[in-house]
Design a protein around this ligand. Structure first.
Ligand code: NAD
Length: 370
C-alpha cells in the first residue's frame, strides 16, 4: 500500500538540524525499502527563521504546518537569541504552533531499553522493562487561566496571581485521548489531580469518572493525588500504564518520569489536536531535549530522541505500527550491541558520533527488514 502523507520537517536550531539529518536518512530508507511514501517539505523555525525572516514562526510556515498531516520538529533556541524580546524568541515558535494547531494532548512515553537500565538513577529492578505514558493536557489550566499577573497592594506589597481553570469539555477530551491510548497498550489509566484540595481537581475527577463509565467501562481506571503520583513514580513506576493529568502536574510528572530513563537524548514526545469532521488531526512530534548549544557542531548529539519522535509519528499520525516498531527495535539492537553517543556512554561501551549512530541504525534496519 502506498501512502503519500504530507509531513513538514522543521529542524530548528542548534543540534536540531544535526539530529534531523539522521532521521532524514531513515525516512529515505523507508521510501526505498518499505511501502511507505512521504511528501516532505522542510522549513525554518525558531532562531533560524528569525535570522532569515525576522520572525521565529512565519505565516507561511504556520500555513504549511496547518496543511501537513504531521509536523516533525527538532529543537529551537540558543544563547544568541536570549536577549530578544519575548515575541521574537525562538521558543515562541513552539507555543505558536501548539496554539494554532490546537495541540491539547501531550504524550510523553518513558521507556527504558534493557541496554540502558543502568543509566537511570533508580535501581535496575525498579526500571527494567518500564514502559509508561504520561498524557498531559497542554492548552488549559494554570498556565493560561485568568486572572493572572502581578499587582501592587495598598500596603506596598506585591501579589502574584495565576488561576487554575478547567472546563468539562477540556477534561473530557483529554480523558478520551487517555482511554483510547490505554486500549492500545495495557488498558490502564491513572487520572491524577489534587481533588482533595482543589475544586478544579474535584471536577477533573468527576468528569474523568463520567467519561469512563459512559464510554470506556472496560478500561481499568484509578485516581491518584499528584503528590502521591510523584512519589509512586520513583517508588514503583511500573504500576502505571497511562497517566492522564493537567498541564501543571503533567509538566512536573513528565519530567520526573523522563528521568527514570536516564537520558534526555533518548526521549521523544507527541502533541496531538482534536480529530476534525474529515478525520484529520493536527500533530507535532519532537524530542524533549532542547538545542543543546554546548555540543552543537561537534557531531556528538544523540539522534535517537528525534528518531523515536519519527517512530511516534508513524504510529499515531499514520497508523503504521509495524514501521514504528521496526525503528524502535533497531534502536534497541544497536544499544544492545554496545554503541553509545557521549550522553549515554557507559564503561565498556563504544563511544560513537551522531553520524556513526545513524549509520548503525540504518544497518540494523537493513538487517531487520531482510
Ligand atoms: P537542552 O535539552 O538543550 O540541553 C541540556 C543538556 O542535555 C545539555 O548538556 C545538552 O548537551 C544535553 N543534551 C540535550 N539533548 C541532547 C542530545 N540529543 N544528545 C546529547 N546530549 C544532549 O536544554 P538547555 O541547555 O536547558 O536549553 C538549551 C536551549 O534549548 C535553550 O535556548 C532552551 O530555551 C532551548 N530549549 C528548547 C526546547 C525545544 O525546542 N522544545 C526544549 C528545551 C530547551
Amino acid at each position: 500500500m502506498k501512502s503519500n502523507k504530507k509531513m513538514l520537517v522543521l529542524p530548528g536550531d542548534g543540534i536540531g538540524p544535526e539530529v534531523m539529518v539522521q532521521v532524514r536518512r531513515v525516512i529515505d530508507w523507508f521510501d526505498r525499502r518499505r511501502a511507505v511514501k512521504f511528501d516532505i517539505q522542510e522549513g525554518l523555525v525558531g532562531g533560524a527563521s528569525y535570522d532569515k525572516y525576522g520572525s521565529p514562526l512565519t505565516d507561511n510556515t504556520l500555513a504549511d504546518a496547518m496543511a501537513a498531516d504531521a509536523v516533525l520538529f527538532g529543537a529551537v533556541g540558543g544563547p544568541q537569541y536570549d536577549t530578544l524580546p519575548f515575541d521574537k524568541r525562538p521558543e515562541k515558535a513552539i507555543l505558536g504552533l501548539r496554539k494554532e494547531l490546537g495541540l491539547f494532548a501531550n504524550l510523553r512515553p518513558a521507556l527504558v531499553f534493557d541496554a540502558l537500565v543502568d543509566a537511570s538513577s533508580l535501581k535496575p529492578d525498579i526500571v527494567r522493562g518500564l514502559d509508561i505514558l504520561i498524557l498531559r493536557e497542554l492548552t488549559g489550566g494554570i498556565y493560561f487561566g485568568e486572572p493572572r499577573g502581578i499587582e501592587k497592594l495598598p500596603d506596598g506589597q506585591r501579589r502574584g496571581v495565576n488561576t487554575q481553570v478547567y472546563t468539562t469539555h477540556e477534561i473530557q477530551r483529554i480523558a478520551r485521548v487517555g482511554f483510547d491510548l490505554a486500549k492500545k497498550r495495557k488498558n490502564k489509566v491513572c487520572s491524577v489531580e489534587k481533588a482533595n484540595v482543589m475544586e478544579s481537581g474535584q471536577l477533573w475527577r468527576e468528569e474523568v469518572t463520567a467519561v469512563h463509565k459512559a464510554e470506556y467501562p472496560k478500561v481499568e481506571l484509578s485516581h491518584m493525588y499528584a503528590d502521591n503520583c510523584a512519589m509512586q513514580l520513583v517508588r514503583n513506576p511500573k504500576q502505571f500504564d497511562v497517566i492522564v493529568t493537567d498541564n501543571l502536574f503533567g509538566d512536573i510528572l513528565s519530567d520526573c518520569a523522563a528521568m527514570l530513563t536516564g537520558s534526555l537524548g533518548m526521549l521523544p514526545s507527541a502533541s496531538l489536536g482534536a480529530v476534525d469532521k474529515q478525520g484529520r488531526q493536527h500533530a507535532l512530534y519532537e524530542p524533549i531535549h532542547g538545542s543543546a548549544p554546548d555540543i552543537v557542531g561537534k557531531n556528538m548529539a544523540n539522534p535517537i530522541a528525534q528518531l523515536l519522535s519519527f517512530a511516534m509519528l508513524l504510529r499515531y499520525s499514520f497508523d503504521l505500527e509495524d514501521d514504528a516498531k521496526l525503528i524502535e527495535s533497531s534502536v534497541e539492537k544497536v544499544l544492545a550491541g554496545g554503541m553509545r553517543t557521549a550522553d549515554i556512554m557507559q564503561p565498556g561501551a563504544a563511544r560513537v558520533s551522531t553520524v556513526v549512530m545513524g549509520d548503525a541504525i540504518l544497518r540494523e534496519l537493513d538487517k531487520q527488514a531482510a
